[in-house]
Design a protein around this ligand. Structure first.
Ligand code: SF4
Length: 254
């Protein structure tokens, strides 16, 4: 499923309410430095167009949409950066965030600004500074164990959980940690990030990161990899309960 517009929706999000989406990535293909086995945009394609949407177009389209929503007295709960890949890869990500804050303040001051990110660009100080300006920096960590994360997220570069955790610590109470739980077989290997070993490693990571909140969810739509299974709500809630006992706020997506 690809978004064929730079500004899309609003859609109803399980986590964010009425969400007006911003897609900084190509409208014809996905662009991401992960290739998650569950990605709703499908697999990365080798010949994909590596062109980001232009800052001016994003600003113009966002202003048009927010003005229209204001005129109809229908305001978004969230202006959400998601779309066809990883938004923080956009070279002008931080200035686009500044544009968005200005437009939000002008047309929908109660709306939150949210960024859904795989956290791979947070070694970049500009990206961190931009994420610290918004309401919801929602950063992915699908496992506290390198091998499992590599299997689930298929990073397109050398990846280290330790480094990601170190960088996440810069955002601490400002960030929301997001984790996809699933089971299945991929590439002949068993995947299950709900085992006792996995949950313990994940809880250790949470204690180091100290996020403001944790969002956990499972597969909701068709996945590019076959043989993946969703986790029941009851099981997700049991995982959530273990984190709540450590004093964290946890949202379980139904
Ligand atoms: S990080 Fe997000 S966009 Fe990138 S492959 Fe994973 S699910 Fe898809």
């Amino acid at each position: 499923m690809l978004f064929n517009e730079t500004v899309f929706g609003p859609i109803h999000s399980r986590r964010l309410g009425i969400s007006l989406g911003i897609n900084l990535l190509p409208t014809e293909s996905k662009l991401c430095n992960f290739n998650c086995i569950y990605c709703e945009c499908g697999w990365n394609i080798k010949s994909g167009k590596k062109k980001f949407n232009r800052r001016d177009d994003i600003k113009k389209n966002l202003e048009l949409k927010l003005k229209l929503m204001k005129d109809e007295n229908k305001y978004p709960d969230s202006i959400t950066f998601s779309g066809n890949g990883e938004p923080t890869m956009h070279p002008e990500f931080s200035t686009i965030i500044d544009d968005t804050i200005t437009l939000r303040n002008q047309y929908a001051p109660a709306a939150k600004i949210s960024v859904l990110s795989n956290a791979t660009m947070i070694a970049n100080a500009n990206v961190v500074a931009a994420l610290l300006k918004i309401d919801n920096a929602i950063l992915k960590l699908d496992s506290g164990i390198n091998e499992t994360a590599t299997l689930i997220n298929k990073p397109q570069f050398s990846y280290s959980i330790e480094k990601i955790i170190e960088h996440m610590q810069k955002l601490k109470k400002q960030m929301i940690l997001q984790t996809m739980f699933l089971r299945g077989i991929y590439d002949g290997k068993k995947i299950d990030n709900t085992t006792e070993t996995e949950i313990n490693a994940w809880l250790d990571a949470i204690k180091k990161i100290e996020p403001r909140e944790i969002m956990i969810y499972t597969i909701d739509r068709k996945t590019p990899a076959d043989n993946l299974q969703k986790i029941s709500f009851a099981e997700l809630d049991k995982i959530a309960e273990r984190v709540r006992k450590s004093g964290y706020k946890v949202h379980v997506a139904k």
